[in-house]
Design a protein around this ligand. Structure first.
Ligand SMILES: O=C(O)CCC(=O)C(=O)O
Ligand SMILES: [Fe+2]
Length: 308
């Protein structure tokens, strides 16, 4: 299968670089987000030991008996904290739910998994580091957009971000699945940017504007970073929230699990997502009505079946 080149950026060039390197990084991230909407990032601040510890904790959680996991499924929170069982979330335009279960952790009010003493600490450490990396990436994006470097800061520090640990569960008898059942149906992310820690198996694909699906693979400990709909909306489509999905593996591998851990960087609910004036001109008229991040999130959670 052919591949596309997803640009690979080194975050140290921005956080520790010279003025020229920082400028270059900002232009490179902006260009990549304007073009394919995806990059991979090295030197993001999470070492391999932390990532290994995270995957151990996540695998141990999903290996707990279903009734134990369900004690962490909290009604009324639209899956935003704790456990969400199989069959609950589907992509906006899909007919059947994704083949996954997941755990979500936010800034506060997180249930503590009593059975696993390390789970809370490791997911807490990971969310903190990803938030730090995400804030640096947003600074570079602000520079690219010719906004003050700290433009996003007041809205994202202690914002509504979510760490999601996903288990794409084994399917013993794939012949019995509905034809259109997939690990994750084609979708765009809702938030500003997503930082994805390397999955345990292949499967992630992006859709190019020409309509072709291509696999996305990060090298080693690199993370994948992509634009979500909130940033696309704010920038009047200048930065692209690219459609992506997780395909099923070949039939003989459907009996194996896949794990991945995306971090959805969300602002505070009262942030305005009104299109930036600087992104409107005669060729690019304002494409979206004004809305706040909180109102927009509510709309989208209803579409994917997490909120009534
Ligand atoms: O599992 C993956 O690799 C990607 C998951 C994803 O796109 C999502 O949860 O929004
Ligand atoms: Fe996604």
């Amino acid at each position: 299968m052919s591949t596309i080149t997803i640009p690979r950026l080194d975050l140290h060039e921005y956080t520790k670089g010279s003025a020229a390197q920082r400028h270059r990084f900002a232009q490179d991230i902006g260009k990549a987000f304007n073009d394919i909407g995806f990059i991979t990032v090295a030197n993001h601040g999470l070492d391999q030991e932390l990532i290994n510890g995270l995957y151990e904790a996540v695998q141990a959680f999903f290996a707990l008996p279903e009734p134990v996991k369900q004690t962490y499924e909290i009604p009324g929170l639209a899956g935003q904290r704790g456990y969400t069982s199989r069959g609950k979330e589907k992509a906006k335009d899909a007919n059947v739910p994704d083949l996954k279960e997941f755990w979500q952790r936010g800034q506060d009010n997180n249930p503590v998994v009593e059975e696993l003493p390390r789970f809370d600490r490791v997911t807490g450490e990971v969310i903190e580091r990803l938030e730090t990396a995400g804030r640096e990436l947003l600074k570079a994006i602000a520079v690219y957009l010719e906004l003050p470097e700290d433009y996003f800061e007041p809205n994202v520090i202690k914002g509504n971000s979510i760490l999601r640990a996903i288990h794409y569960f084994p399917v013993e008898d794939p012949a019995r699945l509905p034809d259109d059942a997939v690990r994750a149906g084609a979708h765009e992310d809702i938030n500003l940017i997503t930082l994805l820690i390397g999955a345990s198996a292949d499967g992630l694909e992006v859709l190019t504007r020409e309509g072709t699906w291509y696999p996305v693979k990060a090298q080693g400990a690199d993370i994948v970073v992509n634009v979500g709909d909130m940033l696309q909306r704010l920038t009047n489509n200048r930065l692209k929230s690219t459609t992506h999905r997780v395909v099923n593996p070949p039939r003989e591998l459907m009996k194996t699990s896949r794990f991945s851990v995306p971090f959805f960087l969300h602002p505070k609910p009262d942030m305005s997502l009104a299109v930036l004036e600087s992104c409107i001109d005669a060729e690019h008229p304002k494409a979206y009505p004004d809305i706040t991040a909180g109102e927009y999130l509510d709309e989208r959670l209803k579409e994917i079946g997490l909120k009534m």
